[in-house]
Ligand binder design. Structure first.
Ligand code: DCP
Ligand code: CA
Ligand code: CA
Length: 574
């Protein structure tokens, strides 16, 4: 940032952005029990919409045609998204709808993404259980922002003053962006280091309970946290400190910055090209070369200031807004132009079937019902959908019913849409305006009852009590050797963390992630302190050439600290 620039970052918050790695692929790996090292892609009709990392290494990219991908990598596993349709499109029974999992006919079926939405709900459930007090904002089907500032503040207030400040500056497996190590006398660095610990724990919990890897960005605002999570994919986390924005923006492709993906990005690119002549692709900080007067005349003073803020890594301290439930549900389908009401009616059967399934799930999970039904349509002479809304019809027995939805939608269409809709190329059904139902308290935990079955379509996640019992059991079942291995892993990890700019091996990282995911924040704090002490003890004994294994360290630490601690690492692991 230009030293004369009045912009100043508020770096007092700690924001995490967690993004799942090749999300749809991981859902399919888990569902079909396909080993993670097999190249796999998820296709929707002809095109690929998700590609796993082994397949990426073999040259497969998103948007490739399925056939081309198979030619490039002949052992690529292709999984088609779930489809939903009406048999032969000519059912006589009022629209019996089958959900099929085969790659199938685009002309009579629609893609259904419900299994990925459910996987997302599982992840949110894990996050809420881990950090119930922090705002979590669902940003898309596979990413969240989390404001962990209050948690970090609490941790800092509990910090053991006898422990050297520098010992808190672990990256917890983070790749530290930029050249400089974390600075123990920088309050922001210390806070971000704690944020990294929490990110590591959350990723460990997602891995342990859902069997998904994720990547995270840790920074002081949402904009930078999001850049961070994409920086070192897959299965890593990146810590972005103040002071590195210039170098960050000098390597970030212009169109990759949030808000610059669409038309605005295009306009900025054209402007940049007037002022710089370069053969390499434009990066965000190239915008710094556009004279501010030009930016202002093109976008107006307010928008120009906003653009410059973004380019300087400032997002107006956008808040993390607690948001996890959709405000509306849309099932939509594009098709060849038609004015045939019979065909329209069949598409409403398909759309109603999907909406019914989603409304049922939502009712189970969140105990709420939509009050408004929307019918949207597009004629082939228009580029936009139009919508007609109506109160949601009463459902028999209060349960979402596809027949009721389909006939209500068809009636709305016939009475209020046909004059503008034909020839029609797209239809949609929307449920919105949700209202909580009285009485029953249902939760996502109830929706995934029973035990932690990991594979298959009927994956279930444990209730909170079940989870705790399971953890107790797992802990109790560990052999001394296993416990010692974990202690070693933690100690070894502590040492690795000292070299924060290097990426720790995934093995050690996962192991520590697993340990962290099983303990609450208080125990985590103790583990952190103990681990740093073990590290120092080991270092000291090495320095004096004394032979000392980690169990001796554990014992001496335990003795030394026994009186002042409720629980030590030795107790925890023995
Ligand atoms: N998706 C889609 N169509 C797109 C982009 C994404 O259907 N044009 C779906 C498939 C992805 C999921 O959304 O799995 C999440 O999108 P991401 O952009 O986060 O991509 P991935 O999670 O697949 O990969 P990465 O590891 O790069 O985040
Ligand atoms: Ca992703
Ligand atoms: Ca994403």
């Amino acid at each position: 940032m230009d030293p004369g620039d009045p912009r100043k970052a508020n770096n007092e918050r700690v924001i995490l952005h967690i993004d799942l790695d090749c999300f749809y692929c991981q859902v399919e790996h888990r569902r079909l029990d396909i080993p993670r090292d097999i190249p796999l892609a998820v296709q929707q009709w002809d095109g690929l919409i998700a590609v796993n990392y082994p397949a990426r290494a073999r040259g497969i990219t998103r948007h490739m045609r399925a056939k081309e991908a198979k030619n490039t990598c002949n052992d690529l596993v292709l999984v088609h998204v779930e489809t939903i349709g009406v048999d032969e499109f000519s059912t006589e029974d009022g629209g019996a709808v089958n959900i099929q999992t085969l790659s199938s006919d685009r002309l009579s079926k629609k893609a259904c993404l419900e299994r990925y939405r459910l996987a997302n709900a599982e992840i949110l459930d894990v996050l809420h259980a881990e950090i119930p007090t922090c705002p979590i904002e669902k940003a898309s089907i596979d990413e969240v922002y989390i404001d962990v500032t209050t948690l970090v503040d609490k941790e800092l207030s509990l910090k053991d003053p006898s422990i050297d400040g520098a010992d808190y500056l672990f990256g917890w497996g983070s790749v530290l962006y930029g050249e400089h190590p974390l600075n123990p006398s920088s309050p922001c660095d210390v806070r971000l280091s704690y944020g990294a610990m929490i990110a590591s724990r959350l990723r460990g919990a997602i891995q342990t309970r859902c069997h998904f890897t994720s990547s995270a960005g840790i920074s002081y605002n949402k904009l930078l946290a999001k850049i961070g999570s994409a920086k070192n994919k897959p299965n890593q986390q990146t810590l972005i400190r103040p002071g590195v924005v210039e170098s960050l923006m000098s390597e970030l492709p212009l169109r990759k910055l949030k808000n610059f993906g669409g038309k605005l990005g295009e306009e900025l690119e054209s402007l940049c090209k007037l002022y710089i002549n370069k053969s390499t692709p434009l990066v965000v900080c190239d915008i710094w070369n556009i004279p501010s007067t030009k930016l202002q005349s093109k976008f107006g003073p307010e928008r120009a200031a906003w653009i410059l803020d973004l380019v300087h890594g400032l997002d107006g301290d956008a808040e993390v807004v607690q948001k996890e439930r959709t405000k509306s549900m849309l099932a939509a389908k594009s098709f060849a132009a038609t004015s045939d009401l019979k065909i329209i009616s069949k598409w409403f059967d398909v759309l109603a079937s999907e909406l019914e399934s989603r409304m049922k799930t939502d009712l189970e999970m969140y105990n709420r019902r939509p009050r408004t039904l929307g019918v949207s349509f597009r004629s082939n002479s228009s580029s936009q959908d139009r919508t007609r809304q109506s109160p949601m019809p009463n459902m028999p027995g209060g349960q979402p019913c596809k027949h009721t939805l389909a006939s209500a939608a068809f009636e709305i269409f016939k009475s209020r849409c046909t004059s503008e809709a034909f020839p029609c190329v797209r239809l949609g059904l929307t449920a919105s305006d949700f209202q909580n139902c009285p009485d029953k308290k249902l939760s996502i935990a109830r929706f995934f009852p029973a035990t932690n079955v990991v594979h298959g379509a009927s994956r279930k996640s444990p209730t909170e009590t079940g989870r705790k019992q399971q953890q107790e059991q797992q802990r109790g079942n560990r052999t001394p050797q296993e416990l010692n291995t974990q202690t070693h892993a933690l100690v070894e990890y502590t040492e690795r963390k000292k070299v924060i700019t290097s990426t720790p091996s995934l093995g050690a990282h996962e192991e520590v992630g697993n340990i962290l995911s099983e303990v609450d924040i208080e125990q985590q704090r103790i583990l952190l302190q103990e681990a740093s002490m073990l590290h120092r003890m080991q270092k000291r004994t090495r320095d004096t050439d004394t032979i000392c294994d980690s169990s001796t360290c554990v014992e001496s630490v335990r003795k030394k600290k026994e009186s002042s601690r409720k629980k030590t690492i030795a107790q925890y692991f023995s």
